[in-house]
Structures are given as C-alpha cells and as structure tokens.
Design a protein. Structure first.
Length: 151
C-alpha cells in the first residue's frame, strides 16, 4: 500500500500516546478489503522532504485495519504505527507499507488502559517477528527503498 499521510481522528497521539500515520482508505479500498479487519505487522517507508526533518527511511510498523470497535468507528481506517521516535509529523508525505503478517483480529476492550496495553503487546510481537530473517529481509524491498533520500 502507498499514499499520503492524512489526519486521523487525533486519538493516537493525544489519547493513546501511540502516534499513527493514517492513510486514506478510499484510494486503497481494494488492498484494504483484501485484508481481514485486524492487526498486522510489516515495514513502512517514509519519503523525506527537504523542508522536514522526518522520514527518509524504512521503519518497523504495526497496523490496524478496520473499524476500531472500542471507538465504534463508522468508517474503516488504515492506521499504521511506525515503531520509531520521530521529531515531528509527516502529514502529506508519501508512506509506503509492506504488510507481511497478521497478528490478531480486531477486538473490543472494556477500558482504554486495556486497549493501550494490547497495542503495546502487538508492537512487541511485530518487533519480534520483524527481527526474524524471513521478515527482516523485506526491509530492503525495492517498493520501500526506491527513491528514498536517506535521513
């Protein structure tokens, strides 16, 4: 998947402490519909722009695709969390995603704290999987690295 980073609901950073780099579902409907709603892992590439001091690399990511039952979304979302500390946002910059594996289906949670704990556990699963050679090698996929300006 690829597309410009768009503003989401504003819950990731502010409410959850988990900043996501959202993609617009509309142009990615075929790809998003091909994946069951749930949590995935893979690699993400952010193109670096001259005016911004973020991006320019390939990063581990964990991603939610679906309706986020805890928040009862009416609209399907694509919400990757790049597992890296960035110095700023990268709205409108191109984000490329190479989805490699499925972690779990969407789930509802009784508390916000339970949701945040599970998201962090999903991130640990993603990191563990992406450290395995069979998944690590995909960080160098031409789809991700082609045209990137190094950080």
């Amino acid at each position: 998947m690829r597309g410009p980073v768009v503003k989401g609901f504003g819950r990731g950073s502010k409410m959850l402490g988990i900043p996501t780099a959202n993609l617009d579902v509309s142009p990615l409907k075929l790809q998003a519909d091909a994946l069951a709603p749930g949590i995935y892992f893979g690699w993400a590439a952010v193109a670096k722009e001259d005016r911004r001091d973020v991006g320019g690399g390939v990063y581990r990511m964990v991603m939610s695709i679906g309706w986020n039952p805890f928040f009862d979304n009416a609209k399907k979302t694509i919400e990757p969390w790049l597992l890296h500390e960035f110095g700023g946002d990268f709205y409108d910059q191109e984000l490329r995603l190479h989805v490699l594996g499925y972690i779990r289906p969407e789930a509802n949670f009784t508390t916000l704290e339970d949701l945040v704990k599970r998201i962090h556990r999903d991130a640990e699963v993603a990191k563990t999987c992406l450290a395995l050679e069979e998944f690590a090698k995909h960080a160098h996929d031409p789809f991700l690295v082609e045209g990137l300006v190094p950080n």
